[in-house]
Structure formats: structure tokens, C-alpha cells
Design a protein around this ligand. Structure first.
Ligand SMILES: [Zn+2]
Length: 260
């Protein structure tokens, strides 16, 4: 079932059977399953061999062309032949379109990356890609985890600095009538001051305890790799570094000296 249309579409495990053009210009692509692996039961991993029925799904994909594409995937429903399997039947799935998915994996990933890497908002992405808010938010969480769960790269010179962000928020205790700060407007940022200047961490607050709390979440070996810490003339940060990174040399960074 290899043909040029299949090659153009680039969806592993699926083959283009035919393409029709609708009155509004949309091209409707009829797809068939082209890979035996699509018949693997998602619950038990056994390859199914007996057809139970058929189904047509309409997974959405990345936008393409002025009039867009829409899919009709004609697929089989299979009996699972594994007696121990909790599922009695399953439908075909391919890596880009898991069973039950209404959008392709590449569309989901593009939605998440728009927010993570391209500065788009969730709302803007829902409009651009015609997706729902929960779908886009979920895609963004997945994309964000790919970055935040990566181990921290070693840092030779750690920069610690305060940044002001948003407005503080106060809440009144109904019992005592006293006001409490519930959201700090000051944050502390941790950057790789020598290499890329990339942000390695950011926490709310700017006290020594805030800095120490963040350092405590980092691996010991990572802290050991820090040789210098660049800070402004803040005595708070200096105290935090003495406690949390006793082996590191404190340097006052140029930017702050020049502007004092
Ligand atoms: Zn099964």
C-alpha cells in the first residue's frame, strides 16, 4: 500500500487509500492500517487475529494547507485472543494515534511546544490549532515535564539574584483581623552565570531560607560542582551561600557593582 500520498502524510503504520475533495475545499483522506503491529492489544500485548467488526475514526492532525485535511481511518475492531486479558476486544492503534486518541501525537506535541518554546499562551494555541483548553493545557504540562525533569546541568558559577514579579497578595485572617502576605512579589532566580546564563531555578521570596530551601532540592553532587557564586551586595544571599554552599567562593557580580 506504499504510495506517494502515504509518503507525503508521513504517519507510520497508516496508508492512504484515497483522497477526495469536499465542496469547501477540504481534502478528506481515507486511511487504512498498514502495519501488523497496530493489532497488538494495548492491555496484554498479544497480536489479535480475529476481526470483531469495523470502525471509522476521525483523528485530527496538524493544520496543513489553506483548506485543511481531515482523516477517516477505516480500521478493524479485534477480539483479543488472550484468555487472561481484561479487555475482550481492541481497535488498531499506531504510535501517532493511540487507541481512543482524537488527535495525533504530533499535533499534541506541537501544541505543547508552542507554549513552552515559542511564547504562545494556552488560549492563543487553542485558537491557532482548534483545540480545547484542557487538551492544550495537558499538552503543555507534558512538554514542560520533558524540560523540568531533566537533570540540572553542572554549573561552575551560580548567579543568585532577586526579581520582582507581579503584585503581592494579602489575606485577612477572619479570626484575628490580621493581614498576612500570601504571595510574595519578590522571587529569587538561580542562573548559570558563566555559560549560557540560563535559568536553573526560581523560587518565591528572597530570604536566606528561600535560597536554602531551593538548594536543598538539588542533588549534592550538583551543589559540589559549583565553584563560585555571583550575587549582588545582599547580605542575606551571602549568609545563605555560606550555609548552603560553604565550599564556594562568593563574588560580587560586576553588573551590581557598576550600578551601586
Ligand atoms: Zn488483550
Amino acid at each position: 500500500m506504499d504510495n506517494f500520498a502515504t509518503l507525503l502524510l508521513d504517519l507510520n503504520g497508516l496508508a492512504v487509500v484515497s483522497v477526495e475533495q469536499l465542496k469547501d475545499g477540504t481534502r478528506r483522506i481515507h486511511l487504512a492500517t498498514a502495519n501488523e503491529r497496530a493489532r497488538v492489544c494495548p492491555a496484554c500485548g498479544v497480536v489479535a487475529s480475529r476481526v470483531k467488526g469495523s470502525a471509522i475514526t476521525q483523528p485530527r492532525d496538524l493544520p496543513y494547507g489553506e483548506h485543511g485535511l481531515e482523516f477517516r481511518w477505516h480500521k478493524h475492531r479485534w477480539y483479543c485472543r488472550e484468555p487472561q486479558c481484561p479487555r475482550k476486544s481492541c481497535t488498531a492503534q499506531v504510535p501517532q494515534i493511540p487507541a481512543g486518541a482524537r488527535i495525533t501525537a504530533r499535533l499534541r506535541s506541537a501544541a505543547g511546544r508552542r507554549i513552552r518554546d515559542a511564547g504562545s499562551t494556552v488560549i492563543q494555541t487553542t485558537r491557532d490549532l482548534h483545540l480545547s483548553w484542557p487538551t492544550v493545557m495537558d499538552a503543555f504540562r507534558t512538554a514542560a515535564r520533558e524540560v523540568t525533569e531533566e537533570p540540572l546541568p553542572e554549573v561552575q558559577v551560580l548567579g543568585i539574584d532577586e526579581t520582582r514579579r507581579g503584585r503581592p497578595r494579602w489575606d485577612q485572617d477572619p479570626a484575628t483581623g490580621m493581614w498576612h502576605l500570601v504571595r510574595e512579589r519578590w522571587h529569587t532566580g538561580f542562573v548559570d552565570a558563566l555559560d549560557t546564563g540560563g535559568l536553573r531555578g526560581q523560587v518565591e521570596g528572597r530570604t536566606a531560607a528561600d535560597v536554602l530551601a531551593w538548594l536543598a532540592t538539588t542533588p549534592r553532587t550538583w551543589r559540589k560542582s559549583i565553584e563560585y557564586v555571583a550575587i549582588d551586595m545582599s547580605t542575606t544571599y551571602r549568609a545563605a551561600v555560606r550555609t548552603g554552599l560553604p565550599h564556594a567562593t562568593v563574588v560580587v557580580d560586576h553588573f551590581h557593582v557598576d550600578h551601586q
